[in-house]
Design a protein around this ligand. Structure first.
Ligand SMILES: NC(=O)c1ccc[n+]([C@@H]2O[C@H](COP(=O)([O-])OP(=O)(O)OC[C@H]3O[C@@H](n4cnc5c(N)ncnc54)[C@H](O)[C@@H]3O)[C@@H](O)[C@H]2O)c1
Ligand SMILES: O=C(O)C1=N[C@H](C(=O)O)CCC1
Length: 269
């Protein structure tokens, strides 16, 4: 019988990193074979389960990503844009499926990931949950049914440690709304209102970001017309939602041709 796919989790000490370690270790469909952290981190050399304050998992934390990837079939990566771009090259070298949950990437980062996807299977999504990916489909559908008499506003709320705004999810929803209207988000995006902004421009898609406490992730897509308002909402109440989606993506990616995929591909939506 062949072995289950081996998975490395990068950024193992982070909020999502720890959730991913627990999710992969508990899965019956894959094995945890590596856990990486930043250079100089005090978890290096320790068992990752013990470093997290629990039982040993038999995996020693390392900062040598390429060495860790060389024993794996997939890498699950929820870190930072700079780290993710570097890991994309290393995962391609090690011939691992690279699942990317990291958000806040700029155009240069995305171009480098696209370059890595010429040689590797990359699955990237700003949100790995089924609910948000369904919400994207609904958003596209509603945006194509309602004309620009309905102003589209995307409101997102996250915990007070989040470093990027708008969230990756808000941008995915914005892309879906723009697509539904036959537009490019870059041409209609309004993400920075402050001061005397002037009246709202017809057809723009507005973004607002709330940051506070321990909010895991909430997104509203508002279609505001004269006399009525339609609101599509997703509320995440548990980070394991994202981790389970990422594991599903890592397993789905096994044996897939090199290229860049997303959660709509994984979920068949
Ligand atoms: N796609 C999704 O479904 C989804 C869900 C939740 C979070 N996220 C995204 O995941 C990312 C991480 O979120 P978080 O809340 O876990 O943040 P976090 O700050 O708790 O964790 C990030 C971790 O990455 C580590 N890291 C950074 N550079 C590294 C490197 N070079 N090598 C190894 N580790 C490195 C940091 O030390 C940290 O431990 C963010 O971009 C966030 O928006 C995506
Ligand atoms: O906690 C975070 O950070 C999250 N990031 C993703 C985003 O930017 O949309 C998904 C939700 C949680």
């Amino acid at each position: 019988m062949s072995e289950l796919p081996g998975i490395v989790v990068t950024g193992a000490s982070g909020r999502m990193g720890q959730m991913l370690i627990r999710t992969v270790a508990a899965s019956e469909a894959c094995r945890l074979v590596g856990a990486t952290v930043r250079e100089g981190h005090d978890w290096i050399g320790r068992d990752v389960g013990e470093a997290m304050g629990g039982a040993a998992l038999g995996v020693t934390v390392t900062d040598d990503a390429l060495e860790a990837f060389s024993h794996a079939q997939a890498v699950i990566d929820f870190t930072s844009p700079a780290a993710t771009v570097e890991f994309a090259g290393l995962a391609a070298q090690a011939r691992c499926v690279h699942v990317i949950g990291t958000t806040g990437m700029g155009e240069d980062d995305l171009a480098r990931i696209a370059a890595a996807a010429r040689h590797a299977t990359i699955i990237r999504a700003g949100n790995m949950s089924l609910g948000v990916n369904l919400l994207m489909k609904l958003t596209r559908m509603v945006a194509s049914a309602l004309d620009a008499d309905y102003d589209i506003e995307i409101v997102e709320a996250h915990h007070n440690r989040k470093v990027d705004a708008p969230s990756g999810t808000a941008l995915m929803l914005g892309e879906a709304a723009a697509d539904g209207r036959g537009m490019r988000l870059a041409d209609v995006r309004d993400a920075a209102r402050d001061g005397i902004t002037g009246a709202r421009k017809r057809g723009d898609i507005g973004f607002s970001a709330i940051r506070g406490g321990d909010i895991i992730g909430e997104h509203d897509v508002i279609f505001a017309g004269e006399g009525e308002r339609l609101v599509l909402r997703h509320v995440a109440s548990d980070r394991s939602l994202f981790a389970k989606g990422a594991v599903k993506a890592a397993l789905w990616g096994q044996g897939k041709k090199p290229g860049e995929y997303d959660m709509l591909d994984v979920l068949g939506l």
